[in-house]
Design a protein around this ligand. Structure first.
Ligand code: GLC
Length: 627
C-alpha cells in the first residue's frame, strides 16, 4: 500500500506543483513543453496563422442565414487561423446560447480540420456580463462597480460572467478594463472603475479572480484580458485618434505619472493569474503603444514578469505606421504584440508578416516566441483536450441566481448626491408619479456594449426596468407617463433621466449634456409634485444645472444593466444606499481633466462623496463649495 501511495504521491506532487505554478499566471511546465513540441512541427505559415485573430465576419462573408453551408469557413484551416472574435454585437442570427454554441462549434470544427488540428481561441467583449447575447444578465458597467467599491461583489460577477460565457462555448473575454479615467469627457469613462489607481487595481484583480476561478482546464475558467495596456485613461483632450476628440489619443504625462496612475493597476491583475493583456490604441512618449517595445516588452515582461500573450486591439497594428502595413506589422510584432486582432484583412496581414520575416525585419525567433506563448495558453486552459466547453451550463444563463447578483450590484452602485430630511426612502402608500422614457427602457439602463456595440434604447433584452420594479414594489400607486404630463398633482414624483447609450470614441463629449427632451420632463414634473426625486442613468458625471435647480433628491444609478430592481430596492429602502463617487464630478466639462488636481479643485463633488438616507456623507467627504 505504501508503495502505491508513494507512486501516487509523486505524480500528484507534480500535478499540484503545476497547478500552483499555473494558478499564479506563470505558464505550467507541462503546457510549455507540449507547446514547444508542437511548435517544432509547424511551418512558418502555420506559425503566422496562430498569430492571426480575425473577426467572425472575415470568414462568413455571406448572408448569415446560410453561413454554415455557403461560406468560406474553410479559410480558417487554409490559413491556419489561431483565433476568432465576436466584435461588439457580432453574433449568430439566432442570438441565444444555443445559437452561439452552434456558431463557435462550427468555427472550432473548421480549425480542427487543419493539418495540425490546433483549436481556436474564441474571444468576446463580455465586459458587463455576456453582453452580446440576449437573455444573459447584464451587470452594471464598471463605473457603477467602482461606486460600489466591493471587490467580493466584482469577483462574484466575474464568476457568473464566466459561467454565462462558457455556456456559449467561449473561454476568453476582453475584460477587465484597467483604465484609470482622468477626463470624464472620454466616451469610455463608464468602462473604468474610476480615477483612483488603487480602486482600479483592487477591482480589476477581483474580476480576473472571478473569471479565472478553479483549475485552468475547467470549462468555466475563462481567460481575462486586462486592458488597454497602458495609459488609455490618461489621454489629453484634443489629441484623439481616428477623428475622436480624446479616445485613442496621446497620454502626455511623465513616466513617473504613467507608472503611478496607469501602470500601477496591472501587477495585481497579473498576480491574479491573467494570461492575456490587450495593448492600448493610445500613444505615449514613443508613439503608438502598439509599437512601443519599451512598454510592451521591457516594462510588461521585463519588470512585471508577464509570461502570457499580448493581443493587439482592433486594427490597432495598422495605426503604428499609417499607410504602411508591413512596417506596422514589423514594428508591433517586434515591440511585443503576439496575437494580432487584424480583424478582417486576413490575407493582407499574413502576407505582410511573412514578407517582413523573409526580409529579416522580424526574426523567426520572435515568431516562435509569440507562437509559443499562444500555444502555451491554449494548452494551459485545456483547449486541445476540450475545444468546445460548457455543456450543461445553459440553464444558469440569465437564471435567478445571476439576476439576484445583478440586482445586488445595481443597488450597491447607487450614489445619493442630494437629499433632504425624510425624502428617501420613497413612501410605500402614496401615489407616485413617474416620468422619463429612461424609467422604462432596458437599453438605456444597460448602456453601450449591450447586444450591439453602441447599445441602443428599447426593449433589447430580458430584464427589469425601473418602472416595472416600482410597480411590483408599490402596486398601482405608481402612475407612469414618460412625458411627465399628469392631470392630478401628487406629493411625490420621480423622473429617470438617461444619457443614452454610446461606446468608445463616439461617446467623447465636450459638453456632458443630459438630452434636452429629458429636461423638459423634469420641468413638467416639477409643477405637479411637492417632492421631486431625480434618478440619473449615466455613464459619467453630466452637467447638473437644471437638475440641481428643480430636484429635491438626486440619485446616480450609473448604467445598472438589466436588473433595475436593484435601483428600486434602494429607492424604497429595501436596501441601504452605500455607493460613493469613483470619479470627481467636475464643476463644468471644460475643467474635467483631473491631472494632479486636488480633491475639490474644479469640482462639484469629490471622489468618495455620497450621502446616506439621512443626508449625512457616508465617508466624511462633503460636497465641494460652490465654484
Ligand atoms: C475595441 C476596443 C476593445 C475591444 C476590441 C474588440 O475597439 O478598443 O476594448 O476589446 O475592440 O471588440
Amino acid at each position: 500500500m505504501a508503495l502505491v501511495g508513494q507512486r501516487l504521491a509523486w505524480p500528484l506532487l507534480v500535478v499540484l506543483a503545476a497547478m500552483l505554478l499555473s494558478a499564479c499566471g506563470s505558464p505550467s511546465s507541462e503546457a510549455a513543453e507540449r507547446a514547444e513540441e508542437l511548435l517544432a512541427r509547424m511551418t512558418l505559415e502555420e506559425k503566422i496563422g496562430q498569430m492571426t485573430l480575425i473577426e467572425r465576419t472575415a470568414v462568413v462573408g455571406c448572408d448569415e442565414a446560410e453561413w454554415v453551408a455557403a461560406c468560406d469557413l474553410e479559410k480558417i484551416a487554409e490559413f491556419g487561423v489561431g483565433a476568432l472574435l465576436s466584435g461588439g454585437g457580432s453574433g449568430p442570427s439566432q442570438n441565444d446560447v444555443a445559437g452561439w454554441r452552434s456558431m463557435v462549434e462550427e468555427f472550432q470544427d473548421a480549425a480542427l480540420s487543419s493539418r495540425l488540428g490546433i483549436p481556436l481561441l474564441y474571444g468576446v467583449d463580455a465586459v458587463h456580463g455576456h453582453n452580446n447575447v440576449k437573455g444573459t444578465v447584464i451587470f452594471p458597467h464598471n463605473i457603477g462597480l467602482g461606486a460600489a467599491g466591493d471587490a467580493d461583489l466584482v469577483e462574484r460577477i466575474g464568476r457568473a460572467t464566466a459561467v454565462e460565457v462558457a455556456a456559449t462555448g467561449i473561454r476568453w473575454t476582453y475584460a477587465p478594463v484597467l483604465a484609470v479615467v482622468q477626463d470624464v469627457r472620454w466616451g469610455r469613462t463608464y468602462e473604468s472603475f474610476g480615477e483612483d489607481p488603487d480602486l482600479v487595481s483592487d477591482l480589476g484583480a477581483a474580476l480576473v479572480r472571478g473569471l479565472q476561478a478553479g483549475d485552468t482546464t475547467d470549462d468555466t475558467y475563462v481567460l481575462a484580458t486586462p486592458k488597454h495596456f497602458v495609459g488609455d485613461g490618461g489621454t489629453t483632450w484634443g489629441t484623439g485618434g481616428r477623428g475622436y476628440p480624446i479616445d485613442q489619443g496621446v497620454t502626455e504625462i511623465s513616466e513617473d505619472e504613467l507608472r503611478a496612475v496607469h501602470l500601477s493597476p496591472y501587477p495585481a491583475s497579473l498576480a491574479a493569474g491573467a494570461r492575456t493583456v490587450m495593448a492600448t490604441y493610445s500613444s505615449w512618449d514613443n508613439g503608438k503603444v502598439h509599437g512601443d517595445r519599451y512598454l510592451l516588452t521591457d516594462v510588461l515582461r521585463g519588470e512585471l514578469d508577464f509570461a502570457g500573450l499580448v493581443v493587439s486591439d482592433w486594427a490597432g497594428v495598422d495605426q503604428v505606421v499609417p499607410g504602411d502595413l508591413e512596417a506596422s506589422v514589423a514594428q508591433s510584432v517586434n515591440a511585443g504584440i503576439d496575437l494580432v486582432m487584424v480583424p478582417h484583412d486576413l490575407v493582407g496581414f499574413q502576407t505582410a508578416l511573412r514578407d517582413v520575416v523573409l526580409q529579416g525585419l522580424v526574426p523567426e525567433e520572435r515568431i516562435d516566441e509569440a507562437v509559443l506563448r499562444i500555444l502555451t495558453v491554449k494548452y494551459e486552459i485545456g483547449l486541445f483536450d476540450r475545444p468546445l466547453p460548457g455543456v450543461g451550463l445553459a440553464e444558469q444563463v440569465g437564471g435567478d441566481e445571476h439576476r439576484a447578483l445583478g440586482a445586488e450590484a445595481a443597488a450597491k452602485s447607487v450614489v445619493l448626491l442630494e437629499t433632504g430630511p425624510g425624502l428617501l426612502p420613497l413612501p410605500k402608500s402614496e401615489r407616485l408619479l413617474v416620468g422619463g422614457r429612461a424609467a422604462d427602457d432596458i437599453g438605456i439602463q444597460s448602456g453601450g456594449w449591450t447586444i450591439g456595440w453602441q447599445g441602443r434604447p428599447g426593449d433589447i433584452t430580458d430584464g427589469t426596468t425601473i418602472v416595472e420594479a416600482l410597480e411590483a414594489e408599490l402596486g398601482d400607486g405608481v402612475e407612469y407617463e414618460p412625458s411627465g404630463s399628469f392631470e392630478t398633482p401628487a406629493k411625490t414624483g420621480l423622473v429617470v433621466l438617461g444619457e443614452g447609450p454610446y461606446a468608445e470614441g463616439l461617446g467623447d463629449s465636450a459638453t456632458l449634456p443630459l438630452p434636452n427632451n429629458e429636461l423638459q420632463v423634469l420641468e413638467r414634473m416639477r409643477e405637479h409634485v411637492d417632492r421631486l426625486v431625480v434618478v440619473l442613468l449615466v455613464g459619467r458625471p453630466v452637467v447638473l444645472d437644471a437638475v440641481a435647480d428643480l430636484a429635491d433628491v438626486i440619485v446616480v444609478a450609473w448604467l445598472p444593466g438589466t436588473e433595475g430592481q436593484g435601483v428600486v430596492d434602494v429607492l424604497t429602502g429595501a436596501r441601504d444606499v452605500t455607493g460613493v463617487l469613483p470619479v470627481t464630478w467636475p464643476a463644468s466639462p471644460d475643467v474635467a481633466p483631473r491631472f494632479e488636481k486636488e480633491a475639490c479643485e474644479d469640482a462639484l463633488y469629490p471622489v468618495g462623496y455620497g450621502l446616506g438616507f439621512d443626508g449625512v456623507p457616508l465617508e466624511e467627504v462633503g460636497p465641494c463649495g460652490s465654484p
